[in-house]
Design a protein around this ligand. Sequence first.
Ligand code: R1P
Ligand code: URA
Length: 287
Amino acid sequence: MTKVIPASELIINPDGSIYHLNLKPEFLASNVITVGDPERVPKISQYFDHVDIKVAKREFVTHTGTYKGKRLSVMSTGMGTDNIEIFMTELDALVNIDLQTRQVKPKHTALNIVRVGTSGSMREEIPAGALVASEYAVGLDTLMQYYAADYSDKEQAIREAVQQSLGVDFLPYCFEGSKKLLGQMNTKDMILGNTATCPGFFGPQGREVRLKPAIPDIIERLSAMEVDGFQLTNFEMETAGYYAMGKMLGHEVLSLNAIVANRITHTFVGNPSEVVDHLIHHTLEHI
Ligand code: R1P
Ligand code: URA
């Protein structure tokens, strides 16, 4: 008999919705656009033909409707891979667990998930205003110390090279994004890059405000690292968590980044919402 997941391990609200996302399975489309900022959700759903569902709890805001006749959900996650771990686990449970019997469904459903987020460039040739599609992501946080996963030889080599270049005493994690979505999303006007996902915006990305980062030359170290032609291009705070959870749970996940800051030239894009809006339109047309 399939294992029954106890009420303490997968929490269902009294109305049958899942604990943090506050969603019932029928509220979710199989194509999902995700953003960090809850205020970005209506900025995307404003382009829908109509919005059928609006649900909010904590930083998780969901609008589900149709765009040019295609059913889509747009959801916010807040910032950081700890949120992504909750988000991806509950999103997966909505399609792959029978919430009544609390058992894993015999037939797996794979979701298409595209992150539309902002990011900083660690390369002079990737200016503020550019769009970057993440082929791989490297997690500099410790999320994957708590899950067992398989890594390809390339992913393993990248993990070790990043650990060596930073001199940290844990092994960062590395996963490839969805090749299927990368093909589908028509990335010809984007830069294909590899993303460093950091557990913070300031010190972990080498920014000094009042506190001195422990690795002040983190940008130089990460951008100088090369493994068989693989190089890192940009910083943000979620992509590696998405790629790790997506791979382990069997979903297609791609992260698209609007570059708002260039950390080498010390520039910030004049109008960040314009770049993000450009990425939103592109994503809506291709998802
Ligand atoms: C930091 O400003 C936030 O912006 C980026 C980072 O990943 C982090 O969440 O993404 P979003 O614009 O999607 O929030
Ligand atoms: N988001 C980040 O995490 N870093 C940046 O530099 C810009 C956006």
